[in-house]
Design a protein around this ligand. Structure first.
Ligand code: FAD
Length: 537
């Protein structure tokens, strides 16, 4: 029976809001999930265009011991396909099947930068160490989602030994909590080498995350049908358990004193508990503090200031292409999920000094200067290339392939380009330039076989998910984050100073991604369940 007394309104039907709704409906709460879009999933999604399926968000999922266990715990069955990562620098490529392949990475780097052999050896040994610690964190199903209470053997043989290893790994990883660029500068003076190792991560990514990522490459999986399938399965589970989902509802006002949220049509939704699983700046901007006591209001105002003065992380530019070449062509040239750097020189000043200079003095730049910078930025960059049909043959018409090619891109810059009135031309140049680079390097003359193409920019991402600065994973590492950022404190990440209100998702904890979005969604539900139990006692 649905408990009519305990109405939970969840704003945001991304992976965090969907997870929260699925758990609360399991506990018979009266759940209403609201989203401003016409579909669920938020940043995660798969769409079809002329028989080609493309993923708009993550190219695949990192399990992290969280995603699959949560789905299993919720009774959701999905078919998971293999997702192998390939790394390519200039004309050297290797596929990652196990940690042994780190030696291949070393071989390639030494081949490219022979003068840095000893430094590379040291860096690779640090990558190996940090990846081993990362494996401890990722390679064990999160105990919150495993039903082991009566399994004494599991507790003594697996859980307790793992807990010790986990605590040691956490301590070790915490020792590497400095920006990756700074750390690598203490190991080598070769900026190109540093760039090749780091330029596909967000700026100032902590060393423990970036250099431990080699293990994470092994943890990726792809749901049959595309990444968007998981959001849809969660939606079905919520509806099956009689939760309510209302789409195309954009919340524009929250009145905590009345326990009400209001959408852009003026419709009101009353709640006993509110979970905000969407952009946090939007939440604080939408708050109406009327009727709250002075102490609560002042606490919320301090938090509002902290959140509104912080920034989202970098965003991405994505080129989508349908190509009249068979999957086997791409299987033999890089594979299904590739991090590819066509030019070993690295971004260097083009990203650091020149980008800042361009953004800060944009008004004084000619169109040619901006477009020339773009050309160089793309020539020296690293691309993430993903080809769904190589994991699931039903995701493109027979004998053809759909590709997503992306690189990190700055929200402020694209916004200035739009204000200057160059947006469409900029996009066109962006697309043409990437295709030119790929045609000359990994996919010989691919330009001749493109059936259709289109692209999305940080502005598209901002529009679709409401994500501040078009950020794809929450807060930037370049300035202090306004939320919890220590793993041991993660249960607290969902708490807010706003009465009966919890936050969840990529903005509630840093660093984030799909696993953290789902985990915080679950933590928010635990706070509500506990509160309800205490009220009953
Ligand atoms: C290209 C790309 C690549 C990525 N790669 C990875 C990866 O490799 N690994 C990884 O872990 N993560 C990756 N991510 C990030 C990951 O997708 C997100 O961190 C995660 O999906 C965030 O989920 P969420 O539920 O917190 O937020 P969102 O997905 O942003 O969901 C928030 C929801 O709230 C809704 N909303 C916003 N404002 C309102 C409002 N006012 N009223 C009602 N609804 C509102 C939005 O429409 C949206 O549906 C990637 C993302 C992108 C875009």
């Amino acid at each position: 029976m649905v408990d009519k007394e305990n109405k939970v309104v969840i704003v945001g039907a991304g992976m965090a809001g969907l997870t929260a709704a699925a758990y609360l409906t399991r506990e018979n709460f009266n759940v209403l999930l609201l989203d401003k879009n016409e579909r669920v999933g938020g940043l995660v999604g798969t769409f079809e265009s002329n028989g080609f399926f493309f993923d708009s968000g993550p190219r695949a999922f990192v399990n992290s011991g969280i995603v699959k266990p949560i789905l299993q715990d919720l009774g959701i069955q999905a078919e998971y396909l293999e997702n192998r990562i390939t790394i390519g620098v200039e004309d050297q490529f290797f596929k990652i099947h196990s940690m042994q392949d780190l030696q291949e990475y070393k071989r390639i780097l030494v081949d490219i930068y022979p003068e840095n052999k000893h430094e590379i050896e040291e860096i690779i040994s640090i990558i190996s160490k940090l990846s081993d610690y990362t494996k401890v964190l990722y390679d064990f199903d999160n105990p919150n989602f495993v039903n082991f209470k009566s399994d004494i053997k599991f507790i003594f043989k697996k859980l307790i030994p793992w807990t010790f290893k986990f605590l040691i790994a956490m301590r070790k990883l915490n020792q590497f909590n400095i920006p990756m660029e700074e750390f690598l500068k203490s190991k080598t003076a070769n900026q190109s080498l540093i760039d090749i190792l780091t330029q596909h991560f967000f700026r100032n990514t902590p060393t423990n995350f970036a250099l431990g990522y080699f293990y994470v490459y092994l943890d990726y999986f792809y749901p049959k049908g595309g990444t968007g399938v998981l959001g849809n399965l969660l939606k079905e589970k919520i509806l099956e358990r009689r939760g309510d989902i209302k789409l195309n509802k954009s919340i524009v006002e929250i009145i905590p004193a009345k326990s009400v949220v209001i959408d852009s049509d003026g419709d009101e939704y009353h709640y006993d508990h509110l979970i905000w699983a969407a952009d946090l700046k939007t939440m604080y901007r939408s708050l109406n503090l009327a009727g709250l006591d002075d102490m609560t209001s002042s606490e919320i105002e301090t938090e509002t200031h902290r959140v509104l003065s912080s920034r989202g992380a970098e965003s991405v530019y994505i080129l989508y292409m349908a190509v009249n070449r068979p999957p086997n062509y791409f299987r033999e040239n890089g594979g299904e999920h590739l991090f590819y750097t066509p030019e070993k020189q690295g971004l260097g000043e083009t990203d650091q000094g020149d980008r800042h200079e361009l953004i800060n003095n944009f008004e004084h730049k000619s169109k040619k200067e901006v477009f020339d910078w773009l050309e160089k930025y793309l020539e020296l960059n690293t691309f993430e290339i993903s080809i769904p049909v190589l994991r699931d043959s039903s995701l493109a018409p027979e004998g053809q392939s759909g590709l997503m090619v992306s690189c990190l891109f700055d929200y402020d810059l694209i916004q200035k380009v739009e204000s200057a009135g160059w947006y469409l031309e900029f996009r066109q140049t962006f697309e043409d330039q990437i295709i030119k680079i790929l045609s000359k390097t990994i996919y010989n003359n691919i330009e001749e076989d493109i059936l259709f193409k289109f692209s999305s920019t940080p502005l598209t991402i901002n529009k679709i998910s409401g994500s501040s600065e078009g950020a794809i994973t929450g807060w930037t590492f370049e300035t202090p984050v306004p939320v919890v950022n220590k793993l041991q404190d993660i249960p607290k990440s969902v708490l807010t100073a706003i009465p009966n209100t919890y936050q969840a998702g990529q903005w509630s904890y840093s660093p984030a991604g799909v696993p953290i979005a789902m985990l915080t969604g679950w933590y928010a539900t635990q706070k509500i369940i506990k509160k309800q139990k205490n009220q009953k006692v």
